[in-house]
Design a binder for this molecule. Structure first.
Ligand code: MRU
Length: 356
């Protein structure tokens, strides 16, 4: 398969006329590639909550196009328009708490809505469409640049371990943690990638191995508890993972299980890199302790993906969707502006001061 058909797939985009958002329903992958339209606030909320669209940048992009679509249905002007727009944005924002990209994109849309609220309706909608498109276009550019920086950390033939899915499906193109692998492959490089299956929702099995396999990249799927043995065997030169929120001290929230991978990597002396756009960095969040961790339905552990229930009825389950990797375990944070090194409180502050 042509690698471009994988990396260039857009999994979130506005439908014709812009009154709905079209996404690939990721819950059906890898067995079925189905596009669905989200035309109401409830449908958008449900799609984000149930991970039909998922991955920190992708949910931000979906929310951006979603708000532009919803604006068409607001029958009000001026302050009333803004009030209703913000109410809908708050509702979407409550769908998932951990990935900062969601609130970041919604804030951008709300500030445009406020700025254009006095304009005629058609101009208002056009401005919101432009902002949503800008969020996606910027993401494509950020992912491409992250991929370049990330690739500079890998040699031809490198063994790479990744967790969850931070590829094109989670962003808009290339991805973050998987971006260097796609870019390297385009340039004729080879990698041996190990993907944790990523219990309980199997983003590694269903999505990462799907994307990498389709692109002709050597991919081996392992259960989460096999990461230690592949590291001990000497098969891993670097761990590459995505992120949902990076705090000002460099602590990084990502899919549950990521911090365990980082602890193992430290033990085996393997570099552990977190890759993400600056839209995932939350300088208002001092440390990982301040990141809200989403708790999900216990049934995802006990029943989902089994042909019959695999835990006694009524047994207690704890199902946090994310964990926080302590900054002391991270070798580098790869952003679209370059590779940040410890101490991360200093390098992150430097990056944001520069951006101002
Ligand atoms: O619950 P998910 O599947 O949305 O979790 C996604 C992750 O943890 C990704 O690694 C993260 O969002 C980065 S995507 C570029």
């Amino acid at each position: 398969m042509d690698i471009r058909s994988v990396t260039h797939v857009k999994n979130v985009y506005p439908s014709a006329g812009g009154a709905a958002v079209t996404i690939i329903d990721q819950t059906l992958l890898p067995n079925e590639v189905k596009y669905i339209e989200l035309a109401s606030a409830e449908a958008l909320y449900e799609a984000i909550k149930l991970l039909r669209v998922r991955g920190a940048p992708a949910i931000g992009i979906c929310a951006g196009f979603g708000m532009a679509a919803l604006a068409r249905g607001i029958d009000a002007d001026g302050e009333d328009f803004v009030r209703e727009f913000e109410r809908l944005a708050d509702y979407l924002n409550s769908s998932r708490p951990t990935a900062v990209n969601l609130s970041w994109a919604l804030k951008r849309m709300c500030s445009v809505a406020r700025a254009v609220s006095a304009l005629p309706r058609a101009e208002r909608i056009a401005a919101l469409d432009r902002e949503a498109q800008a969020i996606q276009d910027e993401d494509i550019d950020m992912c491409r640049r992250i991929s370049e920086y990330g690739l500079s950390l890998l040699h031809d033939g490198a063994g790479v371990l990744t967790h969850c899915n931070a590829g094109p499906l989670a962003t808009s193109r290339y991805g973050t943690a998987l971006g260097p692998l796609f870019l390297g492959r385009e340039r004729g490089m080879n990698f041996h990638v190990f993907s944790d299956e990523t219990r309980p929702l199997l983003q590694g099995a269903r999505l990462t191995s799907y994307e990498l396999h389709a692109a002709g990249i050597d991919i081996t799927l392992i259960c989460d508890n096999m990461a230690s043995i592949v590291m001990k065997n000497g098969w891993i030169d670097a761990c590459l993972v995505g992120c949902d929120r990076i705090a000002a001290n460099g602590d990084a929230a990502n899919k549950i299980g990521t911090s365990g991978v980082a602890i193992l990597a430290k033990h085996y002396g393997i570099p552990f890199y977190v890759l993400g756009p600056t839209s995932t960095i939350d300088m208002d969040c001092p440390s990982g302790d301040d990141i809200e961790i989403e708790l999900r339905d216990p049934e995802e552990i006990a029943e989902k993906f089994y042909s019959k229930r695999m835990a006694p009825e009524g047994v207690k389950c704890y199902n946090p969707a994310f964990d926080v990797t302590d900054h002391s375990l991270i070798t580098g944070i790869v952003t679209e502006h370059g590779i940040l090194r410890p101490p991360f409180d200093v390098s992150l502050r430097g990056l944001f001061n520069q951006k101002r």
